[in-house]
Design a protein around this ligand. Structure first.
Ligand SMILES: O=C(O)CCC(=O)C(=O)O
Ligand SMILES: [Fe+2]
Length: 210
């Protein structure tokens, strides 16, 4: 008979390694059960301290097209648009998910950036998570909940593209040189879209900032 512990450690499923050069992208489509994903989705949507921040673009204050919230260890200071932001303390749900991601990735995280895409007009522009305080080859664990949205990848020099729909309860781990060679984005769409939550767990080392 199979032991319960063995079953639960296998239930997250094997990672699918994306067939892309110059990076390390691992996709666990069923990281959370549907029931777990539903519960986290409802709870996080209702309880996180969602805010819509401004960024400065061409000297103008512009609202970013999504809601965000930043949680983590007290010393995981984060610099964003020239502001020094202290994370809010972990909620129980975010801490549970952090521990599960740490097990899946065999590494540690001290913070999470939560994004809420309210509908198809919300998006994230092309970028890499390559801030100095993340270190040279950061591992970033990205959990998706709610509406499936397309996650697009673009190679910086070859222009190679890859589109991955990120499903409710999935985990995408970006490691190795992924942030050096690849940009990623979540495009706007005119299709009707329910809210989507994305959590990116990170390890911030403030002393690495120049
Ligand atoms: O929403 C996503 O899947 C991507 C989020 C992201 O790239 C980020 O938070 O840096
Ligand atoms: Fe990112």
């Amino acid at each position: 008979m199979q032991q319960a512990s063995l079953f639960s450690s296998l239930s997250a499923g094997e990672a699918q390694i994306l067939p892309l050069p110059d990076g390390d992208f691992r996709h666990f489509q069923h990281f959370l059960s549907n029931q777990e994903a539903d519960a986290y989705y409802q709870q996080l949507l209702a309880s996180l301290a969602w805010r819509q921040d401004d960024i400065k673009m061409y000297g103008k204050q512009v609202k970013i097209p999504r809601l965000q919230a930043w949680y983590g260890d007290e010393d995981a200071l984060y610099q964003y648009s020239g502001l020094n932001l202290s994370p809010l303390p972990w909620t129980e749900a975010l801490y549970e998910l952090k521990v599960r991601c740490e097990k899946a990735c065999k590494t540690q995280f001290n913070s999470v950036l939560a994004n809420c895409y309210r509908d198809g007009r919300d998006s994230m522009a092309w970028h890499s998570d390559d801030e100095a305080e993340l270190g040279e080859r950061p591992v970033i664990a990205s959990v998706s909940l709610g509406q499936v949205r397309n996650f697009d990848l673009k190679h910086r020099t070859s222009g190679q593209r890859h589109r991955l729909p990120l499903e409710h309860g999935s985990l995408l781990v970006m490691g190795g040189n992924s942030q050096t060679h690849w940009l990623h984005s979540v495009a706007k769409t005119t299709k009707a879209m329910a809210p989507r939550i994305n959590l990116t767990f990170r390890l911030i080392t403030p002393s690495l900032r120049g």
